[in-house]
Design a protein around this ligand. Sequence first.
Ligand code: PNS
Length: 158
Amino acid sequence: MKTAIYPGSFDPVTNGHLDIIKRSSAIFDKLIVAVSVNRSKTPLFTVQERIELIQRVTKDIQNIEVVTFDGLLADYAKQREASVIVKGLRAVTDFEYEFQMALMNKNLNPETETLFMATSQNYSFLSSSVVKEIGALGGNLEGLVPNEIMNEIKMKLK
Ligand code: PNS
């Protein structure tokens, strides 16, 4: 069984994340969506809230598991026997940082490969930070986040 892991902050999950989740879950037997506990960032949503939002928008996808992880991704991938780390690439600007992380993760856990998936063109401009800024300033979030969680995100940003 081929298991992949898609890690991130998902604060909150966007249509760009959902696009990567749908496309990568179609490639692997199992996809673990892993919400990081990043102690250096102050998230808008708690880990539990972020997990619930992802679970809600992925309820129709059978082969995914939404979890949280603390510590090194390379260790968590090993613990879960995930042989692939999936990362979405939006633009060249993502590449340098992602490339560094891919090499570091390979160094830490040589059994794991990083697979870069190009984000669909519609979402190349999209990030959780942009969503938070637009939402906080009263802008329209339609098309940026899944409809079923839009109100919850707006409420949180009020
Ligand atoms: O959505 P983000 O914030 O870009 O996700 C970043 C994430 C969670 C993938 C990255 O920070 C990560 O892998 N964190 C776990 C800690 C770790 O393994 N750090 C070393 C990376 S080489």
